[in-house]
Design a protein around this ligand. Structure first.
Ligand code: SF4
Length: 515
C-alpha cells in the first residue's frame, strides 16, 4: 500500500494539508511539469519559469525532508499521473483541494483507476465553508465587513480581549491617508532580486526549446521577456523578500501605494503575491510577521494596516467570493462588452498611449504591475473601451506572474470591469485621464493631451470614459454612487458629447485596425 500525493504547482508548502495527512515513509509525492497547458494558454515566459523552477526547488526541499519524490516532465499531466500510479504502485491518491476550480474538474475527468481523496485546503485563512457561513448572513457582501471580521477572528491589529476587542488606533481603515499623488522625483527603495541558479537556468533553457518548437510549428511566440529573470524561486528566497520588505519598505508603504511613476515599477510594493499564490509563503505567517515587526518598529499604522488589509482582507475576500459565486460567474457580462483586445495587449506595448505602454512595458519585462496600474490603467481601459471581459480576464491570467483563475475572475470580472453587475464592487471603477494625470507621471510624456476630450490629440481615456457613461447611462443612473458623474454627463452639451463619442469611436477603429 503506497499513498500517492500529487502536489499541484501552487501548493508548494511542506505544511500543506495533503502532505500533512501522510507519513513520508508510507507515501510518494508527484509533481508534474505539463506543457499541454500552453495549448490553452500562452503564458508569460517568466511565469512559466517561476512556477516550474519553484516546483523543482520544492521537490528538492521535500527530499531533504525525507519524502520520496517524482518530478515528471511531460506534455500531458494525465499521462504522467497514470504512468506514475502504475510504476510506483500507488494504491490511493491524495490531492489538496485546488484553489482553481478547473484543476479539480480536470483531475476528476481523468477517471483514475484508484481511490482519489480531496484533502481540505489549508492554504488560506478562511476555508470555503467558513466563508460561506459568513456570506450567508448578508444580502450585500462588502469587503470592509469581511475584513473587520477577519481582524477579530484572527486577532490582528486589535487591542482588548473577546467582545471588547477594538481596532488598534481606534479605526479599522486608514485608506484616506494612503492615496497621495506622486511628488516630483519620487523614487522607491530598491527591490530584492535574485540571480537564476542552476535549476532556474535549466528551466530557462527548456523555455528556449519550447519557443523554438512553437516557431517551427508556426505558433506565435510566448509573450514577455525571458531575461532578466530575477524572481525568488524557493521558500528561503521568498522569506528574504518578506524581510527585505519589512526593513526597506514597510515604514513607507502607506502614502504612495496608489501612485504610478515612470521607471519605478515597484515603489513601496511588497512583491509577495507571487510567493503567497504558489504556497511558498502562508498568508497567516506573513500577516503575523508584518504585525510583529511593524509594531516593534513603530511604523505608521496607516501603512501597516494597509498592507495587512491587502492580505487578510482583499486576498481572502476574492478567494472566498470566487468559490461562493460559483461556476457561472466567469461568463458574466453585465454591459454586454464585446470589443476584442487591442494588439498592443498581446504584444505588450505599442498602443501609443504613454500610460498603457508604460505599464505594458513593465509587464513585458517581468510579468508584474502593481494593483493600481492593473485597476486604473489596464482594467479601466478594458471597462471604458468595452473590451470582452472573458478575453481580458484570460489575458490577465496569462500575463501576470501572480495570476491564477481564482485571482483574476473576481479581480477582473468583478472589480475591474463590473461585468458581474455589482456582486463584488459597489460601482464601476471607470475613470478619465484626470485620475491617471493626478496619480501618475505618465501624462507628461504622452503624445495625447489629457486636457482634451475630443479631437485627434484628445486623451483616449477621456473620450472613452464619456462614451462609456453615455452608452450605459440608463443602467448607471440606478447606481446611487454614480449619481454625480451622471449629472455631469447630463450637463454636457449634446454637440460636444457627439464629438467626444466620435473620438472614442475613432480610437477603437484605429485599435481594431492595429494602428
Ligand atoms: Fe494616458 Fe491620456 Fe495621460 Fe496619455 S494623456 S498618459 S493616454 S491618461
Amino acid at each position: 500500500m503506497t499513498i500517492g500525493i500529487w502536489v499541484l504547482g501552487d501548493q508548494l508548502n511542506l505544511a500543506q494539508s495533503a502532505l500533512a495527512s501522510a507519513d513520508p515513509a508510507a507515501a510518494r509525492v508527484l509533481l508534474v511539469e505539463s506543457t499541454s497547458v500552453l495549448q490553452r494558454r500562452a503564458y508569460h515566459r517568466q511565469k512559466l519559469v517561476l512556477v516550474w523552477s519553484a516546483m523543482r526547488h520544492f521537490a528538492s526541499e521535500l527530499r531533504t525532508a525525507g519524502w520520496r519524490v517524482d518530478l515528471a516532465e511531460r506534455e500531458s499531466f494525465g499521462a504522467a499521473v497514470r504512468d506514475w500510479i502504475a510504476s510506483a504502485g500507488i494504491s490511493e491518491l491524495r490531492v489538496m483541494e485546488p484553489a482553481d476550480r478547473g484543476f479539480r474538474e480536470a483531475i476528476e475527468a481523468l477517471r483514475l483507476p484508484l481511490p482519489l481523496h480531496w484533502i481540505t485546503s489549508n492554504a488560506f485563512l478562511w476555508s470555503r465553508e467558513e466563508f460561506a457561513a459568513w456570506a450567508q448572513g448578508y444580502k450585500q457582501l462588502r469587503l470592509e465587513l469581511f475584513y473587520r471580521e477577519g481582524r477579530r477572528r484572527f486577532g490582528v491589529l486589535m487591542e482588548g480581549e473577546g467582545k471588547n476587542a477594538q481596532p488598534l488606533g481606534g479605526q479599522w481603515n486608514f485608506d484616506a491617508e494612503n492615496r497621495k499623488p506622486p511628488p516630483k522625483g519620487l523614487r522607491g527603495p530598491e527591490a530584492l532580486w535574485f540571480e537564476p541558479d542552476a535549476i532556474t537556468q535549466s528551466v530557462m533553457l527548456k523555455l528556449q526549446r519550447i519557443d523554438q518548437e512553437r516557431a517551427e510549428s508556426g505558433l506565435p511566440p510566448l509573450p514577455g521577456e525571458l531575461e532578466p529573470f530575477r524572481w525568488a524561486v524557493n521558500r528561503e528566497q521568498a522569506l528574504a523578500v518578506l524581510e527585505h520588505f519589512i526593513v526597506t519598505r514597510l515604514a513607507g508603504f502607506g502614502p504612495f501605494q496608489d501612485a504610478m511613476v515612470s521607471g519605478e515599477p515597484t515603489l513601496w510594493h511588497a512583491l509577495l503575491s507571487p510567493y503567497l499564490n504558489l504556497g511558498l509563503l502562508h498568508p497567516l505567517e506573513v500577516i503575523r510577521r508584518l504585525e510583529q515587526a511593524g509594531l516593534q518598529q513603530q511604523v505608521p499604522l496607516a501603512g501597516l494596516e494597509g498592507v495587512i488589509r491587502q492580505i487578510l482582507g482583499w486576498r481572502e475576500y476574492t478567494h472566498g467570493l470566487y468559490h461562493w459565486f460559483g461556476a457561472d460567474y466567469p461568463a458574466l457580462n453585465h454591459f454586454g462588452a464585446d470589443q476584442p483586445l487591442p494588439q498592443s495587449f498581446e504584444q505588450l506595448g505599442g498602443s501609443g498611449l504613454n500610460c498603457l505602454d508604460s505599464v505594458l512595458e513593465e509587464l513585458r519585462s517581468n510579468g508584474y504591475a502593481h494593483h493600481i496600474q492593473r485597476l486604473m490603467v489596464l482594467a479601466n481601459y478594458g471597462l471604458i473601451a468595452g473590451l470582452d471581459p472573458q478575453a481580458l480576464t484570460a489575458w490577465f491570467h496569462r500575463m501576470f506572474i501572480d495570476g491564477h483563475d481564482w485571482v483574476m475572475q473576481t479581480n477582473v470580472i468583478g472589480m475591474g470591469l463590473f461585468a458581474d453587475g455589482g456582486r463584488l464592487a459597489s460601482k464601476p471603477y471607470a475613470a478619465s485621464g484626470n485620475y491617471i494625470n493626478r496619480m501618475s507621471t505618465y501624462c507628461k510624456g504622452c503624445s495625447f493631451d489629457v486636457k482634451q476630450r475630443h479631437g485627434p490629440k484628445a486623451c483616449p481615456f477621456n473620450s472613452l470614459y464619456w462614451d462609456f457613461l453615455a452608452r450605459h447611462a440608463e443602467s448607471l443612473r440606478r447606481n446611487p454612487r454614480m449619481g454625480l458623474v451622471i449629472k455631469q454627463l447630463d450637463k454636457l452639451p449634446a454637440e460636444e458629447l457627439d464629438q467626444i463619442r466620435a473620438s472614442a469611436s475613432n480610437h477603437l477603429q484605429c485599435c481594431a485596425a492595429g494602428r
